[in-house]
Design a protein around this ligand. Structure first.
Ligand code: TRP
Length: 334
């Protein structure tokens, strides 16, 4: 039953930043050498929020370029754009019939995103976690690399899979496991270490975009909030210092190093030196990725051919599974 398949996705919302890279894409590059992976560009999710409904085509291509530039290999992994495989919306409907409203009412992300005026929030924003469950279960995926903020949605996906299996008295859907990786799975704002780095933060100084120039990047890191205490020498000295913790986590994730070692290296030194080194490290990686993204986006037809191939492969699996699911439900078929 467990096919070992990995599924994950990023929304094409424009302005990819360091949080998307360290929290998601970077971790996938290693995974694809160990397991069969499907990496989706989840455009059906993006339209749940009105600002994201513009430039969908360009933004989807930008995410595809970021996947490839970061080292996702289309020969090993399937890369495709969600709206091209109709099974996602089809299965979302079916699963919505197995999802009690009470489960959705617990989702904290909906509460945050809908804000005070819940009555005006679109139904799609509310049922978004069901679509996410459909994404994962459509391929009968076993593993889902996600950031901390998506853990609750994955829990719901597991509940929905179990609910379907129980109702139809079979074990069609594997119960997917989360993979939460790396020390910087949750990259925070450079201005407020208690808030996630986000493309919707009004201050561009709160985030590092994958397309930032060396200059911009430098300014942002050097101006990143810290405090007047010395550089910490142990985990205990980072408690209640969210901005410092965030910068150290970014350093660890970028260099694949353990926190203790970084603390040992910099303890006693001033923040300026640490920030200078961090600029260097971030710049080295990001400048290579952004140059490669630019090249891929300018190369006519190349991304389209990769995505076309991915759509075909994803659709093949999806159609087979949808067929099975319809059989289980015993819908009328000619
Ligand atoms: N909801 C995820 C996010 O906002 C994106 C996503 C959609 C996803 N479908 C998924 C992630 C399936 C993992 C698996 O980050």
């Amino acid at each position: 039953m467990n096919n070992g398949l990995v599924f994950s996705g990023v929304q094409p919302t424009g302005n990819l930043h360091l949080g998307n890279y360290l929290g998601a894409i970077k971790n996938w590059v290693d995974l694809q050498n160990k397991k069969k992976c499907i990496f989706c560009i989840v455009d059906l999710h993006a339209i749940t929020v009105s600002e994201n409904r513009k430039k969908l085509k360009e933004n989807s291509k930008e995410v595809a370029a970021a996947y490839l530039a970061s080292g996702i290999d289309p020969k090993k992994s399937i890369i495709f754009v969600q709206s091209n495989v109709t099974g996602h919306s089809e299965l979302a409907w079916i699963l919505s019939c197995h999802t009690p409203i009470g489960w959705l009412n617990r989702m904290t992300q909906f509460k945050d995103k809908a804000g005070k005026n819940k009555e005006k929030a679109p139904l799609g924003l509310y049922s978004y976690p069901v679509l996410m469950a459909a994404d994962i279960l459509l391929y009968k995926s076993s593993y889902v690399p996600v950031g901390e903020d998506q853990k609750q949605h994955l829990e719901l996906c597991r509940d929905i899979a179990q609910s379907f299996n129980r109702y139809y008295e079979n074990e069609f859907f594997p119960i997917p496991e989360p993979i939460i990786t790396g020390s910087a799975t949750r990259v925070m704002s450079l201005k407020d270490g208690t808030k996630k780095m986000s493309k919707s933060d009004p201050s561009d100084y709160s985030r590092i975009n994958l397309t930032d120039s060396t200059d911009e990047l430098r300014k942002k890191i050097l101006k990143a909030k810290t405090d007047s205490l010395p550089f910490p020498d142990s985990d205990q000295n980072i408690e209640n210092r969210p901005e410092v913790n965030n910068l150290i986590n970014i350093f660890c994730a970028m260099t694949d190093s353990r926190k203790e070692l970084v603390l040992k290296d910099y303890s006693g030194k001033d923040f300026k030196k640490f920030k200078e080194d961090l600029c260097e490290i971030v710049n080295q990686k990001i400048s290579v990725i952004s140059a490669e993204m630019k090249k891929l986006l300018e190369e006519k037809g190349y991304l389209d051919s990769i995505l076309n191939d991915g759509i075909k492969k994803a659709n093949e699996i999806a159609l087979d599974n949808i067929k099975e699911i319809k059989k289980i439900i015993s819908f009328y078929r000619i």
